[in-house]
Design a protein around this ligand. Structure first.
Ligand code: HEM
Length: 189
């Protein structure tokens, strides 16, 4: 690693968690609409897709909690010095919202399956039994379902904005921002 480039880079733990969570969230945002829109012709496949969705979603919840804990213990590298105050505020708000949504969406999904009168159990990756929250009733299920879907659509828009902002920094402003989220390469401008 050349010079003090490491000081301007995220830690390996933060980098691994970032890309792992990005891949899982993208998979969930595709899997969610696919499984809810499919008919009942193949109920076994539908059941499996829901179980995969729940497994990945609970993993996102746990990994996001770990990620926030890690971020508190190990501060991220400072934002580029040339960034305007308004842009810093925008970036911080976007990042905070991404954390809030990646916690709130799986929680709402968990409430949905817990409150469902169908009482379908959850087995993480087909093995680990996952408990239901103490919530019951069709009203709770309906509200949680609506919140889950609405926040997931919000996350889609936010994620697109997040990706465009990273690309703008890397290729238009050329301030090396995207390279900070990779373990190799020079993250300095
Ligand atoms: C970051 C994590 C998650 C994301 C991004 C996500 C995303 C989505 C999306 C986009 C849909 C389709 C919504 C629609 O258009 O109607 C959906 C549906 C659903 N999700 Fe998730 N989800 C996540 C976590 C979870 C978790 C942890 C659970 C349960 C333990 C869960 C349970 C469900 C269920 C049961 C549905 C179907 C709801 C219905 O019947 O309309 N999700 N999810």
């Amino acid at each position: 690693m050349p010079g003090n480039a490491g000081a301007n880079r995220y830690s390996l733990v933060a980098i691994v968690l970032h890309w792992l969570l990005a891949a899982m969230v993208i998979a969930l945002l595709i899997l969610g609409p696919v499984m809810t829109d499919m008919g009942d012709d193949d109920l076994m496949l539908k059941f499996d897709l829901y179980q995969w969705h729940k497994s990945l979603g609970i993993s996102v919840l746990i990994l996001t909690l770990l990620r926030i804990g890690w971020r508190i213990m190990k501060a991220p590298p400072p934002l580029p010095a040339a960034m305007a105050r308004r842009d810093i505020l925008l970036a911080r708000t976007m990042h905070a919202l991404l954390y809030v949504l990646t916690l709130a969406i799986p929680l709402a999904g968990w409430v949905t399956v817990s409150a469902s009168p169908l009482g379908i159990p959850t087995y993480l990756y087909g093995t680990v039994p996952w408990p239901h929250l103490p919530v019951t009733g069709e009203a709770a299920e309906a509200i949680a379902k609506t919140v889950h879907a609405a926040l997931a659509w919000g996350l889609m828009f936010l994620a697109v904005g997040h990706i465009l902002a990273a690309l703008y920094h890397q290729f238009a402003l050329k301030d090396g921002l995207l390279a900070r989220m990779f373990p190799i390469g020079d993250p300095r401008p």
